[in-house]
Design a protein around this ligand. Structure first.
Ligand code: BES
Ligand code: MN
Ligand code: ZN
Length: 494
């Protein structure tokens, strides 16, 4: 795994700092801010010249690397575009720094320096954003390339005008997202439910969380029949991971529930060849919960939060769950199986029922639940549902703040009727139309009276295309939203 970046508060004036590179943000169509202006003067008007020639205009995520040829203590200057001042947000800043850091990413390890004075943002907000962005840039997909992978990219960032606390907060956010992305990136033969449980366990220890891993016997005792049904065709056993951050007394203020199907073949209702390979990432919801819980523990938030991660493999086999089967869920509600490929809602049914029993004040689940969600919202936004308007709005706002888009969807009762079965209480597919909505309706049946919200991240858990700030692949979506949500609830803003 990639080593986290070291963030240090810098007290030497930026242009006098000796390091490998200075990171200088430049606004588009706006005056140069202090260090950019001083640098421009030191380099005989080079930045102004580049702006005039439209070589570098400061557009969002634009990056230019220049040698200083002995005219500064730093060997290189990296100009990074922030876009127009009116559009500057912490997310824009984080992405701009991530883009710059990724440009340096393949070069030799570097010590870089930057100054918050160059960002028209409140200092602690800017420090968090920069640290998060630079840490996010460390994520790499090529974990299993056997050719030598030399340590590269930014090793240390010196930040003028920052506090240790703000830099640590940003670093934790970035690391938490990368924890989720790395888990999603792992193939199914490495990351099976027991391995996911082991990783969750060691991350929990690192973050000071309580952790409990239930094997199938323990799940049996807790009547998690739906999860045990899904796992029946698989060689590797299911696990139920329970993480707890007891940052406040009393019952849990928040339960986070994440689907973790470490590989989804579709089961007896086998998926087509072309759709299947990506299903190693069908545990992105569980990964987001693990990453967010790790951060919540590290940040010692004054909130009692539990994370529930039902983990299983969906496989066809002689003993496997079959279409037509009626499944008795933990809640006592019976489900007719239309397709064994609608396995995620079965895992979540038992997990949501358990969260209800653990008396969580509110529950949010997150899952790569439906292909229909990808059809509806593409790879841009997650589908957001809920029974509690305040919780839904809070999640939407937390997502917006952290660059994760969640779009509210309707739960009209007419959609729920599509889940009615002739022979059982529910069926596990409402048919071809409105598939993400009917799946959400199904989950709602298991949250009981607990205020509940649901994120369908089937389209957003992976970037379909590379971005300047991130490669195509695992996005870590949900982690930022959940950390922010926990912060808001802990500070009484919820
Ligand atoms: N894991 C899939 C959903 C999915 C699809 C995630 C594409 C990411 C990308 C889920 O278990 C599934 O197979 N859902 C079915 C449900 C249907 C059979 C009711 C689907 O969406 O096709
Ligand atoms: Mn499936
Ligand atoms: Zn699935």
């Amino acid at each position: 795994m990639q080593t986290p970046v070291t963030f240090t508060v810098n007290t030497t004036p930026l242009l006098e700092t000796s390091c490998d590179a200075l990171l200088i943000p430049v606004q588009q169509d706006a005056p140069l801010r202090p260090n950019a202006a001083a640098l421009d003067a030191a380099l005989d008007g080079l930045i102004g010249d580049m702006r005039e020639r439209r070589e570098f205009r400061g557009e969002p995520n634009q990056v230019a690397v220049m040698a200083t040829l002995g005219r500064l203590s730093a060997a290189r200057v990296v100009l990074l575009g922030l876009g127009k001042p009116a559009d500057l947000t912490p997310v824009v800043a984080a992405r701009a720094f991530a883009s710059a850091a990724r440009t340096l990413g393949k070069r030799a390890p570097t010590v870089c320096a930057t100054d918050l004075a160059d960002l028209a943002l409140e200092a602690s907000t800017a420090a968090v954003a920069i640290a998060e962005g630079v840490e996010l840039s460390r994520f790499a997909l090529d974990l299993y390339r056997t050719r030598e992978r030399p340590e590269s990219g930014i090793r240390e960032l010196l930040v003028s005008g920052a506090t240790e606390a703000a830099l640590r907060q940003g670093s934790i956010r970035g690391q938490a997202r990368n924890i989720a992305r790395n888990l999603v990136n792992e193939p199914g033969n490495v990351l099976d439910p027991p391995e996911l449980a082991r990783r969750a366990q060691s991350l929990a220890e690192e973050a000071g969380l309580e952790v409990e891993v239930l094997d199938e016997e323990a799940m049996q005792r807790l009547n998690m029949h739906a999860i045990l049904t899904v796992t029946r065709g698989a060689e590797t056993g299911a696990r139920f991971i329970l993480l707890r951050h007891r940052g406040a007394a009393g019952d849990p203020d928040l339960a986070l529930v994440g689907k973790a199907v470490t590989f989804d073949t579709g089961g007896i209702s086998l998926k087509p060849v072309t759709e299947m390979g990506k299903m190693k990432g069908d545990m992105a919801g569980g990964a987001a919960v693990v990453g967010a819980m790790w951060a919540i523990g590290q940040l010692k938030l004054a909130l009692h939060v539990i994370g529930l991660v039902p983990a299983a493999v969906n496989m066809p086999d002689g003993r496997a769950w079959m279409p037509g089967d009626v499944v008795n869920t933990r809640s006592g509600k019976t489900v007719e199986t239309v397709t064994t490929d609608a396995e995620g809602r079965m895992l979540l049914a038992d997990a949501l029922d358990y969260a209800r029993e653990l008396k969580a004040a509110r529950v949010v689940d997150i899952a790569t639940l439906t292909g229909a969600c990808v059809v509806a919202l593409g790879h841009v936004a997650s589908a957001l549902y809920g029974t509690d308007a305040d919780l839904v709005e809070l999640l939407r706002a937390c997502g917006e703040e952290t660059g994760e888009r969640h779009w509210p969807m309707p739960l009209f009762p007419e959609y729920g009727e599509l889940n009615r079965s002739e022979i059982a209480d529910l069926k596990n597919s409402g048919g071809r139309t409105a598939g993400s909505i009917t799946a959400a309706h199904f989950l709602r049946e298991f949250a009981g009276d607990t205020p509940w919200a649901h994120l369908d991240i089937a389209g957003t858990s992976q970037h379909d295309k590379g971005k300047p700030w991130a490669p195509a692949g695992p996005s870590g979506t949900g982690v930022g939203t959940f950390i922010r949500l926990a912060e808001m609830l802990a500070h009484g803003d919820g």
